[in-house]
Ligand binder design. Structure first.
Ligand code: FAD
Ligand code: 2HG
Ligand code: ZN
Length: 438
């Protein structure tokens, strides 16, 4: 179906300064008329190979479409071009007294268009919800070059099907997102970060329940890492030190609260910590005393993907699992693999999202055969998702049936066919090649 171009290197189109949807439209019209594959690309930080070409597709990078279009200081609604780097939007909003509703370790490189296209989760989803809740509108260019203006800025609009949701999380397979309108929360003055140790996973789980009960509306993040993850951070990240250095604990939990009343937020957190210590849920802990200490605690958690990359080869899994079962798969995997690989677990415990990483000195088919399909079958059997927040991209496209029914996948294929009948947009990604397209 696709025309292969005889090229020695990938054709890349950097949407240049002052570029517009019209140029994106012209590129897609041209490629569509010649059945040339196109890879939409943002900051290229995706973890499933969605933003990289497989053969000779044209790369359309949105990096230079990086302007803020408008910001409403009353409603907190931000409208920007898709190529804005997440961190630059964070800085823009900081000056206005607002924050982005999402935050992730890749914020210095990823783009808001990439975030929307992957429906990125990250470190604040627990508090502010997913991008399906915060994106109010978007503009997308379809495969045939048509510009679809859905750039609404309304919180409520029930007129017909809400088509923007098709583009949130479809990983560039249905259109190129060129503009985004997003609801941003006000920046609150009191932020507290605690780093705690637990002796077993059940305590982490109970601690989460207690945190929801006792910290209520101020709870803004609940992240966890295990002993192996901490060990990796200490060995591979520069300038990282253990805030609880007396011993290596089995589990660590990072809790952040964000509120508007410094004294009452602090008191709430302290009461929660005393209660958790007395109840035996935590065995040790510290509360960051200033912004430097808070960011050094966050650096441990956010630095884990980098620590893994430095440690050698890594097999990465991003699983949604009911919170009470999250650590079962980690232990089963450790039993299976023995000493042949290192099983490292961390993630957004508050969202039921485990990042299961299996680290080895080099890639090894024998190790992989022990991991897959076991990890997918286990997740499917426990009604989890084989991709909680990273998407399917190229690496997981064939695994979709572990999490979606054949009927649902077939309907996805029909939608793809309708919007991109020549299948030029991000070929080989998201949907399995085995699929029969109507
Ligand atoms: P890219 O990697 O360039 O692209 C990702 C996908 O979106 C591709 O399929 C691409 O074709 C498509 N795409 C990009 N831009 C557009 C566009 N304008 N229109 C249409 N399609 C487009 N992810 C999380 O969910 N939570 C995390 O906490 C998190 N932390 C991370 C930490 C690190 C250190 C790293 C390296 C990655 C992390 N990620 C995380 C993964 C990644 O950063 C996110 O998926 C991010 O949203 C990708 O944005 P990007 O601009 O880099 O997109
Ligand atoms: C995170 O939460 C990212 O740090 C990356 O989603 C997860 O490295 C990973 O597996
Ligand atoms: Zn994550």
């Amino acid at each position: 179906m696709l025309n292969r171009m005889k090229m020695l290197s990938w054709p890349q189109i950097w949407i240049g300064c002052g570029s517009t949807k019209v140029q994106v439209s012209q590129i897609l019209k041209y490629c569509n008329s010649r059945c040339l594959g196109v890879v939409p690309q943002g900051g290229n930080t995706g973890l499933v190979g969605g933003s990289v070409p497989v053969f000779d597709e044209v790369i359309v990078n949105l990096g230079s479409m990086n302007k803020v279009i408008s910001f409403d200081e009353v409603s907190g609604i931000l409208v920007s071009e898709a190529g804005c780097i997440l961190e630059s939007l964070v800085n823009f909003l900081d000056n206005k007294g607002f924050i982005m509703p999402l935050d992730l370790g890749a914020k210095g490189s990823c783009q808001i268009g990439g975030n929307v296209s992957t429906n990125a989760g990250g470190l604040r989803l627990l508090r502010y919800g997913s991008l399906h809740a915060n994106v109010l509108g978007l503009e997308a260019v379809l495969a045939n070059g048509d510009v679809l203006d859905m750039l609404g800025t309304l919180r409520k609009d029930n007129t017909g099907y809400d088509l923007k949701h098709l583009f949130i999380g479809s990983e560039g397979s249905l259109g190129i997102v060129t503009k985004v309108s997003i609801l941003t929360p006000p920046k609150l003055s009191s932020v507290n970060v605690a780093f705690l140790a637990c002796t077993d996973y059940l305590s982490c789980q109970k601690l989460f329940l207690e945190a929801r009960r006792k910290l209520g509306e101020v709870l803004s993040a609940f992240e966890f890492l295990d002993e192996q993850a901490m060990d990796l951070a200490l060995n591979h990240l520069e300038g990282v030190r253990n805030p609880l250095p007396t011993a290596l604990h089995k589990f660590y939990v990072l809790i952040e609260t964000t509120g508007s009343d410094e004294q009452s937020d602090k008191e709430k957190l302290e009461a929660f910590l005393v209660h958790s210590l007395e109840g035996g849920l935590i065995s040790d802990g510290v509360v960051a005393q200033d912004i430097q200490q808070a960011s050094s605690v966050w650096n441990i958690r956010e630095g884990l993907p980098e620590a893994l990359m430095k440690a050698g080869a890594v097999y990465k899994y991003d699983l949604s699992i009911p919170v009470e079962k999250i650590y079962d798969i980690v232990e089963e995997m450790r039993n299976k693999l023995g000493h042949s690989a290192r099983v490292v677990a961390y993630g957004h415990l508050g969202d039921g999202n485990l990042h299961l990483n299996i680290s080895c000195p080099q890639y090894d088919d024998a190790v992989l055969a022990q991991i897959e399909p076991f990890v997918y079958e286990w997740t499917s059997k426990n009604r989890g998702s084989i991709s909680a927040e990273h998407g399917l991209g190229l690496m997981k496209a064939e695994k979709i049936f572990y999490s979606k029914s054949p009927a649902a996948v077939q309907l996805m294929a029909s939608v793809k066919n309708l919007l991109d009948p020549n299948h030029i947009l991000n070929p080989y990604k998201v949907l399995p090649q085995s699929l029969s397209f109507p």
